[in-house]
Design a protein around this ligand. Sequence first.
Ligand code: SF4
Length: 208
Amino acid sequence: MKKAMTLSYEVGDNLYINITNQCSCNCIFCIRKNDDGAYGSDPLWLEHEPSMAEMQENLMQRNLSQYQELVFCGYGEPTMRLDFACELAQWLKSVSPASCLRLNTNGLADIYSPSPNGKAAALVSQYFDKVSISLNGGDSATYLRVTNPKNRPDNAYHTMLQFAQTCKQNGLDTCFTVVDVISPEEIRLAQQVADSLAIPLHIRNYIS
Ligand code: SF4
């Protein structure tokens, strides 16, 4: 495993921001199983969790306004450092007010984030413009099989759906994703769930 301090990297017109390698899940499609980076980036395994000063120094070297979106994604689950992510988002809005901030998340912060339970969507809605949530299946069994959340809590699927609904209700531009490692029938069921919540679903191709 190669390590570096790659705190941001470009993907198309967007800038991806890497604040942690911690994750509460072990998704069967996780890009981290096969590589040390993503989309041609330098290694995304971090030598240490970056401080706020390190993140700001890195991001100030970028022309932030040139990017379509600033995406909290990286090589881990950003909400494992939810308070840190929100503080950084707030700072980004202060130095680049027109930037669109997107959070890519597994939607399980209310279970795994050190922040208070039940408040994750409210926090995220306060600091981000968009949120992309891994739906990963149309029912709990598929979800648990694909996502493998730590300790496989019975309420994981429901918690993720609740997070998505609250983000949408709070006015956040909200979407779901699935990766095509599940069957066409399972994708159809996931689409039904997304449709029932009036949240768009993006089907991503598995990157081996
Ligand atoms: S939530 Fe993201 S980082 Fe974590 S295992 Fe799944 S794909 Fe990988």
